[in-house]
Design a protein around this ligand. Structure first.
Ligand SMILES: Cc1cc2nc3c(=O)[nH]c(=O)nc-3n(C[C@H](O)[C@H](O)[C@H](O)COP(=O)(O)O)c2cc1C
Length: 339
């Protein structure tokens, strides 16, 4: 996809995150949301190549007993991950979180993101993620301990509050700024909403107006008009994109071009979509190996293939393939059919 220099009226400006001893610049604050099971190394690389200025690694538990599992190992940052290297941590114990932050920093993290946004039951049963938004004092202790633990910037991801009667994101944002948090990302839903209803941007706008640290607005941004709408509704310094990028990493190139006042690339043709599939799947195979690689490729194929002119029964055939080689050969044939 074509890239050219932004003109001086670009809609997003670089932001600088200030940590205890280190500063990190995000040249273009258009972020891929941290998403467990999705924002893995292959997908982060692809979205970064398409223009995302920040790609946050999947969440890693701060519980010592979960830190050295195979899954945590696969999620560990590597020096060749796109910069700035950001990792998300989840936890409810200040010492565990501080220790996990130190470990992530030692692995090369340049930004530590803390998750107060996840509504998943598994997470909330441990009173972590968005369940903690109902416990502002605990939040303060967790954030202070993490900021104290690492020299790099620490950021916070959250929702608008526990439920409709308690949209306390402004209070949590105040606590966060006082604790030394360098940036906030806010998903415009309450914890109780999970993913139902629509994202709401007034609470995000209130936080932007009240706080001095940059805010990324998140929730239901699916297109160029959505991006402009959310920016003007919130005044946020940047945007964060989650589900809209599934099987559609080129959305970042489109959003970036629009936000830099350049011509927006058209939706890719089927053969171009296949090139994205092939590029991502090869990365998946080398990152996860045969068994997991095959399974993870199936998940992404579901999203990509819904955008391709391939008949339903044929699309599903892919899910029955059991090896990398059979998936590759099958995709070779589909690619030939599409040209
Ligand atoms: C499959 C999936 C996994 C997610 N995992 C996380 C996570 O690990 N940490 C987190 O803070 N948010 C997580 N989220 C929430 C997203 O980061 C984002 O806030 C949410 O999807 C709303 O943005 P969107 O409307 O652009 O998708 C997840 C969302 C999805 C769909």
């Amino acid at each position: 996809m074509p890239t050219s220099k932004p003109d001086s009226g670009a809609h997003l400006r670089p932001i600088e995150l200030v940590g205890r001893d280190e500063r990190v610049r995000i040249d273009f604050p258009l972020a891929l949301a941290p998403m467990a099971g999705i924002s893995d190394r292959p997908f982060r690389q692809l979205c970064h190549d398409q223009g995302a200025g920040l790609v946050i690694n999947e969440m890693v538990s701060s519980k010592p007993e979960l830190r050295n599992t195979r899954k945590s190992e696969q999620r560990r940052l590597r020096p060749d991950d796109p910069e700035p290297r950001a990792v998300q941590l989840l936890g409810n114990d200040p010492d565990d979180l501080a220790q996990a932050a130190r470990q992530a920093y030692a692995d090369g993290a340049q930004i530590i993101d803390i998750n107060l946004g996840c509504p998943a039951k598994k997470v909330c049963r441990k009173a972590a993620g968005s369940a903690l938004m109902a416990e502002p004092d605990t939040v303060a202790r967790l954030l202070e301990a993490t900021v104290e633990a690492v020299p790099c910037p620490v950021t916070l991801k959250m929702r608008t509050g526990p439920d409709d009667s308690q949209r306390n994101a402004p209070e949590i944002a105040h606590i966060a700024e006082n604790a030394g948090i360098a940036m906030l990302s806010i998903h415009g839903r309450t914890r109780a909403q999970k993913y139902t209803g629509s994202a709401e941007y007034d609470t995000i706008a209130q936080v932007v107006a009240e706080r001095g640290i940059p805010v990324l607005a998140n929730g239901d941004i699916d297109s160029v008009p959505d991006a402009f709408h959310v920016l003007s509704a919130t005044g946020a310094a940047g945007l964060m994109i989650g589900r809209a990028a599934f099987g559609r990493p080129w959305l970042f190139a489109q959003l970036r071009a629009a936000l830099e006042n350049r011509g927006v690339p058209e939706e890719p043709a089927p053969t171009e979509i296949m090139s994205f599939v092939r590029a991502q799947f090869e990365k998946i195979y080398s990152h996860y190996g045969n068994v997991m690689g095959v399974r993870i490729a199936r998940k992404h194929w579901g999203w990509y293939s819904s955008r391709l002119p391939i008949e339903e029964g044929m699309r599903k055939e892919f899910n029955r393939l059991e090896t990398i080689e059979s998936q590759r050969h099958w995709l070779d044939r589909r690619e030939a059919d599409l040209t």
